[in-house]
Design a protein around this ligand. Structure first.
Ligand code: PMP
Length: 360
């Protein structure tokens, strides 16, 4: 019955790893997937993560029972605190509902399905460019993806006027996807002033913010600083959605650990929103995995381990930031180089510089 089925194309990012794994060459280099590598090009498990895992293994009181549909309660609380801030008024007023999801992707998908079912406006505006999975996630969730201008190749910076124009002409109440920090793929983020203008514009048109936070701590090296735009939107008392991933900032890629938070207008609404999120999750995957959030909660609840994490996170961020330095190489901004400018003496330097700049 499936004889007529067409071969689907490989995923543009994960497909690169498939091809990489198949290649037997000893000199192969994988620059496809966005996973942290050490200076030696090796994957990294944070020391604090190893410690947390050791503690969990040695704890005889731990079982492998199912988690509730909404995941590990302590992990959810700590995740909301991490992104919104310990003193967040929304948390204190019990207006935040947080559910553990399958990393950032799963959080975006559950949020998208919830909006398709319960929100009156089904159009979501995503930046151009954006992470390639965004339009697919939201379209399959039942929303209609449209774009807003974000990057200006001419300045290699934010197209702020384009962004403002496009969001100004979006229908009232539309959903807007915002990268909380370290915009993928451009690395360009609005300044605090620009965020404030975006916030005012969005609130004046009742545009619903859906933040994607996949890199908290990676943009500046500071968890709090990277969360500042999000906290500005929470501070005004308005509603928003937040998809958090621990893939990059704790290096927990394969553990699939993340959270979806919805900041609601009142505690009463939050209770009802949570009940509906459960109805989205139950037929999708029933309940989320146990190991990843246990590791995260072990680290976040303990001030010493938390501090150790911030030091290791800062080291990762600093290494990435340092890879952006100048290498005294001059070329046009479109990436074109004159082959005639190369010789056997300067070729190794160019190769090293390109390698260092792109394996970040
Ligand atoms: N959002 C953005 C912007 C990303 O870059 C990524 C990972 N590349 C994700 C979400 C989701 O990643 P994960 O599902 O592994 O947490």
């Amino acid at each position: 019955v499936f004889a007529g089925i067409a071969q689907a194309p490989e995923d543009p990012i994960l497909g690169v790893t498939v091809a990489f794994n198949k290649d037997p060459s000893p000199v192969k280099v994988n620059l496809g997937v966005g996973a942290y590598r050490t200076e030696e090009g090796k994957p990294l498990v944070l020391n604090v993560v190893r410690c947390a895992e050791q503690m969990l293994i040695n704890d005889p009181s731990r079982y492998k029972e199912y988690l509730p549909i909404t995941g590990l309660a302590e992990f959810n609380k700590l995740s909301a605190k991490l992104i919104f801030g310990a003193d967040s008024p929304a948390i204190q007023e019990n207006r935040v509902v947080t559910v553990q999801c399958l990393s950032g992707t799963g959080s975006l998908r559950v949020g998208g399905e919830f909006l398709a079912k319960h929100y009156h406006e089904h159009t979501i505006y995503i930046p151009t460019p954006t992470w390639g999975n965004h339009p697919k996630i939201f379209t399959l969730a039942g929303l209609t993806a449209r774009t807003y201008r974000y990057y200006d190749p001419a300045t290699r910076g934010l197209d702020f006027n384009g962004l403002v124009e496009d969001l100004s002409s979006a229908p009232l109440g539309s959903i807007v996807l915002l990268h909380a920090c370290a915009h993928n793929p451009t690395g360009v983020d609005p300044t605090v002033d620009q965020w404030e203008k975006i916030r005012q514009l969005m609130r004046s048109k009742s545009l619903l913010p859906f933040f994607d936070s996949a890199y908290q701590g990676f943009a500046s090296g500071s968890l709090d600083k990277d969360a500042q735009p999000v906290r500005m939107f929470v501070a005004d008392g308005g509603e928003l959605l937040m998809a958090q991933s621990y893939a990059k900032n704790m290096g927990l890629y394969g553990e699939r650990v993340g959270a979806l938070s919805i900041v609601c207008g009142s505690a009463d609404v939050a209770v009802r929103v949570e009940s509906q999120l459960k109805l989205v999750i139950r037929p999708m995957y029933s309940s989320p995995p146990l190991h990843g959030p246990s590791v995260v909660a072990t680290i976040l609840r303990d001030s010493e381990m938390f501090n150790e994490w911030t030091v290791e996170l800062k080291a990762m961020a600093d290494r990435i930031i340092s890879m952006r330095q100048e290498y005294h190489i001059y070329m046009t901004s479109d990436g074109r180089i004159s082959m005639a400018g190369l010789n056997m003496k300067n070729l190794p330097h160019l190769a090293d510089a390109i390698h260092a700049a792109v394996t970040k």
